[in-house]
Design a protein around this ligand. Structure first.
Ligand SMILES: Cc1cc2nc3c(=O)[nH]c(=O)nc-3n(C[C@H](O)[C@H](O)[C@H](O)COP(=O)(O)OP(=O)(O)OC[C@H]3O[C@@H](n4cnc5c(N)ncnc54)[C@H](O)[C@@H]3O)c2cc1C
Length: 392
């Protein structure tokens, strides 16, 4: 079994590295935004993503008939991981989630309108599944869509919609059959500048904005229904499999580990080198081993995705569960090892790791919640992998 990348894959990774060095820009790349660095929220970040489009690097794995490169998923993985490792915007949402779902299930109108724009990075999306009474149990969503002429009238509320304040389109689940739960949800694309939409900010402990979104008589034409009416939950579940992998990348965890190793190698406490402390050495060795497990779990998802068919659900859940929990364990270790100075704010020059410990500690909490909590991932693994009964 070979866990290494082929020569061609390594050459591509090198090409990406050189490109990123040439386009290095602190307004685009910022590791201190941790996992939220992935969002494409400023004009500079959008312009950079458009450059990736010009390189032919957006949609590398899409079929050629939709303007893609028909390439293997491993190339997209290599690109996304390099972007993530530098705190750059990433290809997860448009290319990975919305684009891939439209290719599988979208009508011709949606494909023609959105796929070319995604490839040129001319459109940003927000994803609206969660509601005040529907989080882990997303199929409990209540936002109502009622048939109205040759379209649908939408009313209700979403919560935790990241990106709604700068995106143009809303990828939104709504209840179209009140008598059925999982079979009563439809997926829509809704313009976020619709006059019936109100967006209210919510600020997280990770210094990033997310939103409450209210829909009041928002009419959407039938053309903007994604796939079949009442099959939306199936598409949402597939899209979540993609999200759990593409939006929770491995390289930022590795990058944070590397700076901590460097600190342990060089720092002293009470005049003694940290590297000589057996407790610290053992903790670092354990983290190094966990990191390797995470890397291989990720490669397993890439491998399974390349076999075709539906996205690999349990592998994606196992990867997300392990990697995001590891990310938190690493944040804890960073606080413990760096001592009291680790509480100093990020970008404080005199703080250990220039304050990365504190920002990582705050941000990584979100990773085990967004895209489905750790408990939800465990439920999926228990049910799908082990055949144990469903608990909701
Ligand atoms: C920063 C941030 C950004 C987000 N961005 C988006 C976004 O863009 N779009 C979007 O749609 N959503 C988004 N979310 C929402 C996210 O997907 C939900 O928060 C998540 O699914 C959990 O739902 P909840 O918050 O309602 O918690 P709840 O479902 O109320 O869960 C509360 C607790 O109970 C546990 N729990 C619930 N059910 C079970 C069960 N059956 N078995 C065991 N334990 C259980 C959970 O694990 C959790 O610990 C975001 C969340 C955050 C924090």
């Amino acid at each position: 079994m070979d866990f290494e990348f082929s020569e061609e894959q390594q050459a591509f990774a090198k090409e990406v590295e050189v490109f990123l060095d040439e386009h290095d820009d602190p307004h685009v790349f910022d590791v201190t935004r941790e996992n939220m660095a992935q969002i494409v929220d400023t004009p500079r970040r959008r312009a950079f993503m458009a450059l990736l489009g010009e390189q032919g690097w957006l949609g590398m794995t899409w079929p050629e008939e939709y303007g893609g490169g028909d390439g293997e998923g491993v190339y997209e993985y290599l690109l996304n991981e390099q972007l993530a490792g530098r705190g750059g915007p990433q290809i997860g949402k448009g290319v990975g989630i919305i684009g891939k779902t439209l290719i599988r299930h979208g009508n011709d109108h949606l494909k023609a309108e959105f796929l070319p724009k995604i490839l040129r990075n001319e459109v940003e999306f927000a994803v609206g599944y969660s509601e005040p009474d529907a989080g882990s149990d997303a199929a409990a969503m209540k936002l109502k869509a009622v048939k109205d002429g040759d379209g649908w009238m939408l009313n209700g509320q979403k919560v935790w919609t990241t990106s709604a304040h700068f995106a143009e389109w809303y990828w939104l689940g709504a209840r179209t059959d009140p008598d059925s739960k999982h079979q009563g949800i439809t997926l829509f694309l809704v313009p976020l500048d619709h006059p019936g939409i109100t967006i209210k900010e919510i600020w997280t402990m990770g210094d990033e904005r997310t939103n409450e979104v209210f829909l009041d008589d928002v009419w959407v034409h039938d053309d903007y229904v994604v796939g079949d009416v009442n099959k939306g939950f199936q598409y949402i579940s597939e899209a979540l499999d993609l999200e759990r992998f593409t939006m929770f990348t491995f390289s930022p965890v590795e990058q944070r580990f590397e700076i901590l190793v460097e600190y342990v190698r060089t720092a002293t406490r009470d005049g003694e080198p940290l590297r000589d402390d057996p407790v610290i050495r053992q903790r670092m060795a354990r983290l190094a081993t966990d990191l390797e497990v995470s890397r291989v779990l990720g490669l397993r998802v890439v491998h399974a995705s390349m076999q075709g068919g539906t996205p690999p659900t349990t592998q994606a859940s196992e990867y997300k569960l392990f990697t995001t929990e590891l990310s938190k364990r690493l944040a804890d270790a960073s606080m413990d090892i760096c001592g009291p100075g680790s509480q100093l704010r990020v970008r404080t020059k005199e703080a250990p790791l220039e304050g990365r410990s504190e920002s990582t500690y705050r941000y990584t909490v979100i990773d085990t919640i967004g895209g489905g909590t750790s408990e939800v991932q465990k439920n999926i693994i228990a049910r799908r992998e082990l055949g144990l009964p469903k608990n909701f």
